[in-house]
Design a protein around this ligand. Structure first.
Ligand code: ARG
Length: 592
């Protein structure tokens, strides 16, 4: 819709050019915005303001010329009216357009707004990417959820999306861990005993070893040296180091997969940092040939001067490879292998500078040729007291958070009228879907860059902007449609929508007006990498639908037309909410 309005404005400006009121003008400058409040129309534009400055005329004068031109072109097809307020042109769409869109939703159902896949438009999404043997913290949870939602959205919009989990399965932490295993766990044990012990080690044990290492290293800095040595052994292919490394990866991966299963998150690839091990050399060589690295105190660095970016470490002084070099190599591989137009990294804000370095390096290497690289840098997740921290062992483990969510959801379900009718098994199943959905939705409902204060009240609030509230509203739609379907057999369930002259209630109009924005919301969410815009929309739709439901009889409407129309409004709401759910990864519950 936004693009249509831009086009119409462009036509009106062309008329001004013909009348010699306006000279050369770049039509890309025409901005059209969605209005959140209907009293100012569905869309608005600042174009009259922009032109008034340029042409040295009053806004009102320009506005009236544009409006006159549009009205001449449009003849009431698109717009019911166009108003000028505070320098803005406010566009009120005609009911004809609103109904046309409404019919389209009813026809296309949950495919409404989707686009057929275009294999030339490839986008790679790097999300989750936890580190093995370090805790899978709440920040990784945020990356997992936001990244996967973006991946899903791009797919829906016709992109060939590639999801890759850049697992941190290489690096100095493995040296530390191997040292711990060797000296604390496996020391003085026969091979048979070792096997027995290893088979019982969990990811929590590995995390604890890692945390203990750092605690001890504070007292005894020599430990760091031991860790370095073991990592060097690993990189040089030492058999024992490899064996223990593999073991750690397997233990962790099993756990991560369980969490991904619980969250309903998928990847196309888990290429992992270790995948690039044998490809690092070529990139290193290219860096040297292009004279982009310089020796510094035995190490090798990428110097970004004259930019004020600090240098990046490419190789450490002991020859160990770095996260940066592995990332550069991964980037090169993705460019060559997937031929993307876009690569999105969903990684915490604490790596902002790092990604600036990475992107700048790729640019200087001459790799990009217009490929867009984006760091979707998410903010912190805090408890009301402070940040989650991994090293100090203060992490509130993901597992606990997810379990707590399900427990709390179960209490709510047991207290609800419908929920009481479920068997305990059903209650638990619903609680899982509600609890996990609540966390996911909560994370998605913030702009990715904002900090999140973890707040159970908000997460599970049945009357607010929360997953459970939306699930509840969608279940309501299902139940009404279910009852409505019985009426359908009475043959009263049909309305001739081409006759859109019948009187529409303002609450019905509000729903139609929300529907018409949906495609633009998806577009904006994808352009801005901002799933929270979809949350906002879904929440607004749910609120307006509930208001409509409270105020107006649906199944008991006075006329068959009104009844049919309201059922169809329910149906369209149901479709749009279902689309939002699939983009946000919320489970649909028909009863709640
Ligand atoms: N493993 C890293 C961490 O936990 C995140 C990796 C993000 N992706 C990347 N290509 N650097 O900090």
């Amino acid at each position: 819709m936004k693009k249509e309005i831009q086009k119409i404005i462009a036509e009106a400006l062309k008329m001004m050019q013909e009348e010699k009121i306006l000279s050369a003008f770049d039509f890309k400058e025409i901005r059209v915005d969605l209005n959140s409040r209907l009293q100012f129309g569905h869309y608005s534009s600042n174009i009259a303001f922009v032109l008034s400055k340029r042409l040295n005329k009053s806004v009102d004068e320009i506005a009236s010329i544009i409006i006159k031109n549009i009205e001449g072109l449009d003849e009431g097809q698109y717009f019911e009216k166009i108003e000028v307020k505070n320098g803005f042109l406010n566009f009120f769409l005609s009911s004809k357009i609103l109904f046309k869109n409404f019919r389209k939703i009813l026809k296309q159902k949950t495919n409404y707004g989707s686009r057929p896949i275009n294999n030339k438009k490839v986008a790679v999404f790097d999300y989750s990417s936890p580190n093995i043997a370090k805790p899978f913290g709440i920040g990784h949870l945020r990356s997992t959820i936001v990244g996967y939602s973006l991946y899903t959205l791009y797919k829906f919009l016709g992109w060939h999306a590639v999801g890759d989990n850049h697992l941190g399965d290489w690096g100095t932490q493995f040296g530390k861990l191997i040292y711990q295993l060797k000296t604390k766990v496996l020391v003085d044990k026969t091979p048979k005993e070792q096997k027995q012990i290893l088979s019982q080690i969990t990811i929590q044990d590995l995390e604890k070893l890692y945390i203990d290492f750092h605690r001890e290293a504070e007292q005894n800095p020599l430990l760091e040296e031991e860790g370095r040595k073991w990592f060097a052994a690993l990189e040089q292919g030492d058999k024992e180091a490899r064996r223990l490394w593999k073991f750690c990866v397997q233990v962790s991966m099993k756990e991560f997969d369980r969490i991904y299963g619980l969250l309903g998150v998928k990847f196309d690839y888990v290429l992992s940092e270790s995948f690039y091990e044998n490809k690092l050399k070529n990139v290193l060589k290219e860096l040297q040939v292009k004279k982009l690295v310089t020796p510094s105190e035995g190490a090798l660095i990428f110097d970004f001067s004259p930019l004020s970016l600090p240098p990046a470490l490419v190789l450490k002084s002991d020859g160990a490879t770095t996260y940066f070099l592995r990332d550069l190599t991964a980037l090169k591989y993705r460019l060559d292998h997937f031929k993307p137009k876009l690569i999105v990294y969903e990684v915490g804000m604490d790596q902002k500078l790092y990604f600036e370095q990475l992107f700048e390096a790729a640019q200087r290497l001459g790799w990009l040729n217009g490929v867009k690289l984006v760091h979707v840098a998410h903010g912190l997740v805090r408890w009301p007291e402070g940040k989650f921290s991994t090293r100090k062992g203060l992490t509130i483990h993901l597992e606990e958070v997810l379990e707590e969510a399900q427990k709390k959801a179960l209490t709510i379900i047991k207290a609800s009228a419908t929920g009481r009718g479920f068997s305990l098994k059903q209650q638990k199943l619903v609680a899982q879907k509600v609890g996990i959905g609540a966390i996911k939705y909560n994370f998605l409902s913030y702009h990715y860059a904002s900090d999140i204060i973890f707040d159970w009240e908000r997460i599970l609030n049945l009357d607010g902007n929360s997953g459970p509230y939306l699930q509840y509203t969608l279940a309501r739609c299902f139940s009404i449609l279910d009852k409505g379907a019985k009426i359908k057999q009475d043959k009263r369930y049909s309305v001739n929508l081409s006759n859109d002259k019948f009187l529409i209630h303002p609450l019905e109009l509000t729903l139609l007006s929300l529907f018409v924005k949906f495609e633009d919301i998806l577009e904006e969410a994808s352009e801005q990498f901002a799933p929270h815009l979809i949350c906002n929309f879904a929440f607004q739709l749910a609120e307006e639908y509930n208001r409509f439901y409270q105020e107006l009889p649906i199944l008991k409407a006075a006329t068959p037309e009104a009844q049919g129309f309201r059922l169809q409004l329910t149906m369209a709401t149901n479709y749009l909410l279902q689309i939002c759910f699939s983009l946000l990864g919320l489970e649909v519950l028909k009863k709640m």
